[in-house]
Design a protein around this ligand. Structure first.
Ligand code: DGL
Length: 286
């Protein structure tokens, strides 16, 4: 195995928090990032549906040249990681939930709060992952349904974000926990607000760094560092480029478009050819 490109996916912008950590760990890493903007948000969808998306996206990224895949989506990691490893043997696939649990348990607290989507909360993935390493630690999960739509719309601060963040944080901290896992890869976008509102001593755990380290270790010595990275969306998004570029700290290259289509009763992803103009359309033009 040599010249591996790393596939990274999420429902939308959130996985860029993980892509950023990968690029901090290896600035020249060649990544193929897929955002399922046709289906974002995943949070309120049934786990079975998200599992179907995640398995198809994993195979799609491999077909596009990814030699390893990092599920930069907690919901996908919680409901599809094991199955993806079985369906694609030989393809190193990693996720973010176990990484987040490991990083949080290292803080040594006896209670951990998890802010996550309703789907990740329903999956119980973090409870299992924390208890697998620290059975006595109390885990309090708080579903935060308002966050992802606000972030995808590029609203990262202001009264609506503050109201939602204050309510979710209150529930999380009422449990007595002072260690809070950002159990959705979108939430690091809101860290400035969350830090402002949380009492001193609150520790926010972003699983991204641990997950990126794990994925980079799996391909160590084999990572393609020459081919330019690609960013593929499954539906046009007016916010992906500006918000994503701001968050990644560098201008994203032309965005490409892949579309979902039903084929033989199965949902498949197919490239439509580069369509940067469509993907970069301003609000109202899409
Ligand atoms: N960012 C994803 C996660 O970590 C999905 C969020 C969503 O689309 O609801 O779970």
């Amino acid at each position: 195995m040599s010249g591996l490109r790393l596939g990274i996916f999420d429902s939308g912008l959130g996985g860029l928090s993980v892509a950023r950590a990968v690029l901090e760990g290896c600035p020249s890493a060649s990544i193929i990032y897929f955002a399922d903007t046709a289906h974002v948000p995943y949070g309120d969808r049934p786990l079975e549906e998200v599992r179907t998306f995640a398995l198809e996206i994993t195979g799609f990224l491999a077909s596009q040249g990814a030699g390893a895949v990092l599920m930069a989506c907690n919901m996908s990691s919680a409901c599809a990681l094991e199955e993806a490893r079985q369906v694609y043997p030989g393809l190193p696939v990693s996720g973010v939930v176990q990484a987040g649990a490991r990083a949080a348990v290292r803080e040594g607290a006896d209670a951990i709060a998890v802010l996550a989507t309703a789907g990740t909360v329903a999956s119980g993935g973090y409870v299992r992952a924390v208890h697998a390493i620290a059975p006595d630690v109390r885990v309090e999960q708080v579903a935060c349904p308002e966050f992802v739509p606000l972030i995808e719309a590029g609203e990262l601060d202001g009264p609506r974000v503050e109201r939602a963040a204050a309510a979710y944080l209150e529930r999380a901290l009422d449990s007595g926990a002072r260690v809070v896992i950002l159990g959705c890869t979108h939430y690091p976008f809101l860290l400035p607000v969350l830090r402002r509102l949380a009492p001193a001593g609150t520790v926010f755990v972003d699983p991204a760094e641990e997950a990126a380290d794990e994925a980079l270790r799996a391909v160590a010595g084999h990572l393609d560092t020459r081919t330019p990275s690609r960013f593929i969306l499954s539906a046009p998004s007016a916010t992906f480029r500006p918000v994503g570029s701001r968050f990644l700290g560098s201008t994203l290259p032309a965005l490409e478009l892949a579309e979902w289509a039903a084929e033989d009763g199965r949902l498949r992803l197919m490239m439509t050819g580069a369509d940067a103009a469509l993907c970069d359309a301003a609000p109202g033009e899409v």
